[in-house]
Design a protein around this ligand. Structure first.
Ligand code: AP5
Length: 219
């Protein structure tokens, strides 16, 4: 299966993709996590990407497509988190999957009000090693600054500063919202209202995947 989690910054894509990966055995592919890994390793791509990421702008399509292409054919199936983020990327994904004969099965669109997104991002911290997200108010690590999952360092992301968050919301509306229209025209989008507790959102997403249907799921 190929499932795309689509939604604005802070919608909970990473949180839920990790949980769904554990429950389904599908591979979690996050372009944001991959890019942060490149930045930490100081690769050529990481050096190029850092400026775009810190400002909250998108990294150019050609670099993203080249980075993810080799990973989308995982036999366990993939949960795509943060990709595609432009119509150019969505078309490139369709072309790559046409070659392997395994099209995108389902788009899970996670919607959350802007005020709640800003609240979530302003409290977020992330493990620098395994990328597990935390919320310093509602879901902190058990030991301050230390990841429950891998023991790595937990810190606030550069792009969660207010100016970068505002730009990420604008970029989402301008460049990523059209991806939703692109997929809606294909008719395989399930609408998930991604508010409520992480457990409740997980149940809505799991239900949508089990049913395999598009349309508005249990809100
Ligand atoms: P990326 O890492 O993909 O960032 P994003 O899409 O902005 O998404 P976030 O990671 O901010 O949010 P999320 O939806 O995953 O929410 P999370 O689960 O963390 O990309 C970063 C940058 O990389 C981009 O800006 C761009 O520069 C570049 N990039 C990446 N992909 C690219 C691409 N395809 N093309 C070009 N450039 C690309 O949750 C957020 C917080 O909320 C956490 O604290 C969490 O604990 C909390 N939370 C989650 N669910 C709930 C809930 N139900 N209730 C309360 N709190 C919750």
């Amino acid at each position: 299966m190929r499932i795309v989690l689509l939604g604005p910054p802070g919608a909970g894509k990473g949180t839920q993709a990790r949980r769904l990966s554990e429950s389904t055995g599908m591979k979690h592919l996050s372009t944001g996590d991959m890019l942060r890994g490149e930045v930490t390793s100081g690769t050529k791509l990481g050096l190029l990407a850092k400026g775009f990421m810190d400002r909250g702008d998108l990294v150019p399509d050609s670099h993203i497509i080249a980075m993810i292409q080799q990973h989308i054919d995982d036999p366990a199936g993939v949960l795509l988190d943060g990709f595609p983020r432009t119509v150019v990327q969505a078309r490139a994904l369709d072309t790559a999957l046409e070659k392997s004969g395994t099209p995108v099965d389902q788009i899970l669109h996670m919607s959350v009000e802007v005020d709640e997104l800003v609240r979530r991002l302003s409290g977020r911290a992330l493990c620098g090693d395994c990328q597990t997200p935390y919320n310093l108010e509602s879901d902190p690590p058990s030991k301050t600054g230390i990841c429950d999952r891998c023991g790595g360092p937990v810190a606030v992301r550069n792009d969660d500063k207010p100016e970068a968050v505002a730009n990420r919301m604008k970029v989402y509306q301008e460049l990523t919202a059209p991806v939703l229209d692109y997929y809606r025209s294909h008719g395989n989008v399930a609408e998930i209202v991604a508010t409520g507790s992480p457990d409740e959102v997980f149940e809505k997403l799991s239900q949508a995947i089990r049913s395999g249907k598009s349309g508005v799921m249990a809100n």
